[in-house]
Design a protein around this ligand. Structure first.
Ligand code: ADP
Length: 286
């Protein structure tokens, strides 16, 4: 078996499943609109986006390329400015702001650090003691199926393994909210299917609130308790779907039916009305 398609061992599965944790915070997005000013004009990326991710759930945001999914994730993560509307992420039970971690399509690992070093780096920055950081890093390396690769350097890893490191690095922060932007888009189909399975298992009882961006409808239905379907740009939510266990079983007819319904929705979606003042850029229909 190739190292990048290694499955979780029974020991790591047990660690992943464990006791159910407390539910993470709810995320509420209200009337969020966002425009980019570019040299060729204003690009209206989002128009009046509304969605609520329940605390502790796994939600997927699916839509065609360029519809504004990453922009919305960036606004929620605080990486893009909130121009219009409201984002509310519930506080932790101790009254502190929720802790967020983001996983991108490319894990951007430090090439001069080992797998362990890459994970420990983020924990050091949080002021966690070196001994605790190493212990935690080892735990999450095992959880993502990379036992024995802690001393490997990024150039010695396949794309799938590097993405596992990116996920372990985010999980090691033990966030309340995990935001993921097309994390499996750059890996081959077989690895992608395995990573999806593992992510579903790792997050199932973690208590984290997860928001996962993808343009892949089948991925969204397999992973999400909730699937937010986004229109063409300027993006807004046109439907919220809550697939049941049968609909999330890739081998079932119900899975094929619900993915095909979402495809139809996407094919016939129309962009939201642009916010007044935004000029349409070439190719924009709104
Ligand atoms: P998606 O994630 O759905 O593929 P994005 O959120 O990346 O979509 O992009 C939405 C639209 O905003 C696209 O038309 C894209 O070209 C544009 N866009 C994204 N980021 C920027 C930026 N920094 N500056 C200008 N335009 C941008």
């Amino acid at each position: 078996m190739r190292p990048d398609v290694v499955c979780m061992t029974p020991a790591t599965q047990k660690a992943a499943i464990g006791e159910p944790a407390k539910a993470g915070p709810e995320i509420r997005v209200e009337n969020v609109s966002l425009r980019y000013e570019t040299r060729s004009g204003t690009v209206q990326a989002l128009a009046d986006c509304n969605l609520t991710v329940s605390g502790g759930s796994f939600a997927c945001l699916v839509g065609p390329s360029g519809c504004g999914k990453s922009t919305l994730l960036d606004v929620i993560a605080g990486l893009a400015p909130l121009q219009d509307g409201r984002i509310e992420i519930a506080k932790r039970p101790d009254g502190q702001p929720a802790r967020l971690a983001v996983v991108f399509q490319k894990p951007a690992l430090f090439p001069w650090k080992t797998v362990l070093g890459n994970i420990v780096f983020g924990l050091d920055a949080q002021g966690i003691s070196r001994a605790e950081a190493r212990k935690r890093a080892q735990h999450y390396i095992g959880l993502v199926g990379l036992d024995g690769f802690d001393k490997a350097y990024p150039h010695e890893l396949s794309g799938g393994m590097a993405q596992r490191v990116g996920i372990a690095r985010a999980l090691a922060l033990e966030p309340d909210v995990l935001l993921m932007d097309e994390p499996f888009a750059a890996v081959d189909a077989q690895t992608r299917a395995l990573l999806q399975e593992e992510l579903r298992r790792i997050t199932a009882h973690s208590g984290m609130t997860v928001l996962f961006v993808t343009h892949d409808v089948a991925e969204a239905v397999y992973l999400g308790n909730t699937v937010f379907v986004m229109s063409k740009r300027p993006g807004h939510i046109i439907r919220t779907v809550s697939p049941d266990a049968e609909q999330r079983d890739r081998a079932s007819g119900a899975f094929a039916r619900i993915t095909s319904e979402i495809f139809d929705l996407l094919a016939h979606s129309t962009p939201a009305k642009a916010t007044p003042g935004a000029k349409a850029t070439p190719g924009e229909r709104a």
